[in-house]
Design a protein around this ligand. Structure first.
Ligand code: ZN
Length: 394
C-alpha cells in the first residue's frame, strides 16, 4: 500500500469520528485545515461562512481549477440501526464504515490527499484549489458564498459517483402550499371552511401537470411529501394545512417556474365550486436560515439549480480522456439522480464536472461505507485531473 493511501485511510477514519452536522462543522474544518497545512499546501484558509480553502500554486499558464466537497453530513438516526457504529470509522472487509464514508468524507479525503501529490514533481499549469464547504445538505449556503468569492473556471464536484464522471443533474426546489380555511367543531362542518377539500383538488391538479423533459435527465417531477395541519384533535375541522412539494426540475425550468405553476393550480382550485368558499391558498419557497459555525446568518431559498453539460463540452471530453487513461477503461460521463452544489457553481458561470469514489446509493443510509481500493483509484484520477484538466479543456 502506498504511503499516501494509508494517510487517506487514517484521515477518513478521523473525519468519520468527527461528527459535523450542518451548522456544527467547526471541528471537521479544523481537521481539514491541519491536514492541508501538514501536506504543504501553499495557502490554507477558512472564509467567513466557514468553508475551507486550500491552494496549490500553479505556473500561471492555465485558469484556476477547483476541487470541491462539503464538510457536513445528514443525521445518523438511531445508531442501533447501524451494522457498525456510525461515528466509528471501522474497517471491515477492506471497507471503511460510517456516516460520511461516501457522502462525502471519503471523496474529500481522496481530493485533499490525491491533489497534494502535485506538491511533488513540478507545479500544475494553473492554481488548483481544494475546497470543502458548509451546509450542502440544507441548501448550500457555503457553495453559494464560494461561487461568488472564488470564480474558478472548472470545478470537480466530488459527490460519490463510483469513480465515473457525471455532467449534470436535475435541480431541486422545496415548495410549501399553505391552504387556509376556518376551523370549527367537526359536528357542524358546514359552519367552517375545511381546507382539505381544496387540498384534494390541488393534489389532483398536481398529478395532471405536464412536465418538460430533458434528453439526458428525463422529465421534471413533483412529489407531495410532508403534510401538516394546525390541529391535533380528530373531532375538529382544521383551519390550515401545509403541503410540502419536492420539485425536481430539468435545466431550463427554475424553482420560480415551479412556484408559478403551483400558483396557477391554486387559482384553478379557488375557482372550483368543490372547494369551500372562503378558502385561501399561497405557494412559497421557504428560506433556509441556519447559523453557520462561524456565526453568520445568511437566509437562502431552499433550492438547488439544475445543470447539464453536453457530451461534446471540452471539459467533458478532456475529463473522459484523462479518466480513461488512468482507469485503463473507456469512461463515458453520465448524470446524477440527485442535486449537488454543482448547480450553484454552474449558476455562477463555472463548469462543474462530477467525479468521486463510493456508491451514491449508500449515501444517507445506515449501510454507508466505502471500499479502500476505490479511494486509491480516486486519488490517482484526482491527481491526473489536477495536472491536466485545466489545460486539456481549453
Ligand atoms: Zn453530498
Amino acid at each position: 500500500m502506498s504511503d499516501d493511501l494509508q494517510r487517506c485511510i487514517d484521515l477518513l477514519q478521523q473525519m468519520i469520528r468527527t461528527p459535523s452536522l450542518p451548522g456544527q462543522e467547526g471541528e471537521m474544518a479544523k481537521l481539514v485545515v491541519n491536514e492541508m497545512r501538514d501536506l504543504g499546501y501553499d495557502e490554507v484558509r477558512v472564509d467567513e461562512v466557514g468553508n475551507v480553502l486550500g491552494r496549490i500554486e500553479g505556473r500561471g499558464e492555465a485558469p484556476d481549477l477547483m476541487f470541491n466537497t462539503h464538510l457536513d453530513h445528514v443525521d445518523v438516526g438511531d445508531p442501533a440501526g447501524w451494522p457498525h457504529p456510525p461515528f466509528g470509522g471501522e474497517i471491515h472487509d477492506d471497507r471503511i464504515w460510517g456516516r460520511g464514508a461516501v457522502d462525502i468524507k471519503g471523496p474529500m479525503a481522496a481530493q485533499v490527499i490525491g491533489v497534494a501529490r502535485l506538491l511533488q514533481g513540478g507545479k500544475p499549469p494553473g492554481d488548483v484549489w481544494v475546497t470543502a464547504v458548509v451546509q450542502e445538505e440544507i441548501g448550500g449556503v457555503g457553495a453559494r458564498h464560494l461561487a461568488e468569492s472564488l470564480p474558478a473556471s472548472i470545478v470537480v464536484v466530488g459527490e460519490p459517483s463510483r469513480n465515473t464522471l457525471r455532467r449534470g443533474h436535475r435541480g431541486r426546489t422545496e415548495l410549501v402550499v399553505h391552504i387556509k380555511g376556518r376551523s370549527v367543531h367537526a359536528s357542524v362542518p358546514e359552519k367552517g371552511v375545511n381546507p382539505l377539500y381544496a387540498l384534494g383538488l390541488f393534489l389532483e391538479g398536481l398529478g395532471n401537470l405536464e412536465m418538460p423533459e430533458d434528453a439526458d435527465l428525463g422529465p421534471s417531477t413533483v412529489a407531495p411529501t410532508l403534510l401538516r395541519t394546525d390541529q391535533s384533535s380528530a373531532n375538529v375541522v382544521p383551519g390550515e394545512v401545509w403541503q410540502t412539494c419536492d420539485w425536481r426540475n430539468v435545466p431550463g425550468q427554475s424553482g420560480d417556474d415551479a412556484q408559478r405553476l403551483l400558483a396557477a393550480i391554486a387559482e384553478r382550485v379557488l375557482a372550483d365550486p368543490r372547494a369551500c368558499a372562503g378558502t385561501e391558498i399561497s405557494v412559497s419557497v421557504p428560506e433556509v436560515d441556519w447559523r453557520t459555525y462561524t456565526g453568520v446568518h445568511r437566509p437562502i431559498p431552499g433550492a438547488h439549480p439544475a445543470y447539464i453539460l453536453p457530451t461534446d463540452h471540452p471539459v467533458v471530453v478532456a475529463a473522459e480522456a484523462i479518466c480513461s487513461a488512468v482507469l485503463k477503461t473507456e469512461q463515458k460521463s453520465r448524470v446524477w439522480q440527485f442535486a449537488t452544489d454543482g448547480g450553484h457553481y454552474a449558476a455562477a458561470g463555472m463548469v462543474p464536472i462530477g467525479f468521486g469514489p463510493g456508491n451514491e446509493f449508500l449515501a444517507h443510509t445506515v449501510d454507508e461505507h466505502i471500499e479502500i481500493p476505490a479511494l486509491a483509484e480516486a486519488m490517482a484520477v484526482n491527481e491526473a485531473l489536477a495536472r491536466r484538466l485545466a489545460v486539456e479543456a481549453s
